[in-house]
Design a binder for this molecule. Structure first.
Ligand SMILES: *[C@@H]1O[C@H](CO)[C@@H](O)[C@H](O)[C@H]1NC(C)=O
Length: 369
């Protein structure tokens, strides 16, 4: 993203012709929140998101059909299938990855295997028109190279001599740029910060997909510990007699509970204890873990939305039915499970997780102030 912005800036400043250079970010605007490092950096450098142009806000195909489009691919060189028709508009490719020749548009290709595409853009600016480089653009390029090259760590092996050379040049031109460690730490933290994301956004973040013959497989990562599973598995008083059930999601662990006498109410103290221990070990001031109240309400709303017929608020704090528990709620006529099990999807579960972690991070930041 930064490479496209900086290159368009350079071209706009240095081209005489009446062409308009538009940096188009090849994601939809709704996907920007998934790129925490970009969101953070734009804010820090004072570039309002509203000024950016995203892929869903400009009709490249229509422009191309009208003969008004020239494309420069920056930081990638393979057009997705849906954009194959745009290939003839591609005039140049500027990338830092090994070229896949069978997919690369037939045009001028500048590819150099460096750690960051921003290094190549910096080089172009400093060789072509160093006078146009302002501090804002320099800061964007500087931070991006450092993030891509993992803080120029030689052991990680991302940074090449050229990356280091241009980071140093930027620093000598603008001595007040942030310290490398500082900008790296804040960008790295922002990149993996998922607080504030919805479930869907979390699942989409950094999602990798592969497809063959119309079958798509998507892999998402949720950066969250599953230590609670261990607590439940190991519990002896009461023992839950858990057997792992086949899960449809790699990060979703489901169990068959052999001991049906252990109701949720009896589980809560276990979970409370586990959460407290977890936060003690993380040294996060958390206050009381929120198992009642907000989360509970949200869970009920969620179940509601998922279309099940439980009456919210009625069952949770009533006396539990005598054992063995039946799904019958004494206050409604029909059995809530008559319509089948509630549609509790993996998404709903993760929504819970993100709400919980959100309320915790809010609590943590409040108590710091
Ligand atoms: C992006 O927006 C387009 C047009 O609104 C839509 O068709 C497409 O599904 C969206 N893609 C993603 C990944 O959200």
């Amino acid at each position: 993203m930064v490479s496209a912005l900086a290159l368009a800036f350079y071209l706009a400043k240095t081209t005489e012709a009446e062409e308009v250079f538009v940096p188009v970010l090849n994601i939809n605007r709704s996907e920007l929140p998934l790129r925490g490092d970009n969101v953070f950096f734009l804010q820090k450098i004072n570039i309002p998101e509203s000024l950016l142009i995203f892929r869903d806000e400009i009709d490249l195909h229509a422009l191309h059909q009208a003969g008004q489009l020239t494309l420069i691919l920056v930081d990638h060189h393979v057009l997705p299938k849906g954009d194959a028709a745009l290939e003839e508009a591609v005039a140049e490719v500027l990338d830092h990855r090994p070229i896949e020749h069978q997919h690369c548009p037939p045009c001028h290709v500048s590819v150099e295997l460096v750690g960051s595409c921003a290094t190549l853009v910096t080089e172009r600016i400093l060789q072509g028109a160093p006078e146009i480089l302002d501090r804002q653009t320099a800061a964007l390029l500087h931070g991006t190279i450092i993030l891509d090259c993992v803080n120029m760590d030689l052991k990680v092996g991302k940074a090449t001599p050229k990356d280091s050379k241009y980071v140093e040049k930027l620093e000598s031109l603008f001595p007040d740029l942030p310290k490398r460690n500082d900008i790296f730490d804040s960008l790295q933290k922002a990149k993996f910060d998922v607080s504030g994301l919805t479930t869907e956004q979390m699942l989409r973040k950094d999602q990798k997909t592969i497809s063959r013959q119309g079958t798509k497989v998507a892999i998402s990562a949720i950066y969250m510990d599953l230590e609670i599973c261990g607590v439940l598995e190991r519990s002896h008083s009461p023992s839950l007699k858990l057997t792992p059930a086949p899960s449809t999601h790699p990060h979703l662990q489901a169990y068959l509970q052999g001991n049906t006498q252990v109701s949720r109410k009896k589980l809560l103290p276990l979970l409370q204890e586990a959460l407290s221990a977890y936060f003690d070990s993380m040294k996060i001031p958390s206050g009381q873990p929120e198992t009642e109240g907000v989360c509970r309400e949200q869970a009920d709303k969620e179940l509601d939305r998922a279309g099940n017929s439980l009456v919210p608020g009625l069952s949770q704090d009533e006396e539990e039915p005598p054992l063995p528990p039946t799904p019958m709620n004494s206050l409604v006529d029909e059995c809530p499970l008559d319509q089948g099990l509630p549609k509790l999807s993996a998404e709903v579960i993760f929504e819970k997780c993100s709400q919980i972690s959100l309320s915790q991070s809010t609590a943590a930041s409040l108590s710091k102030n």
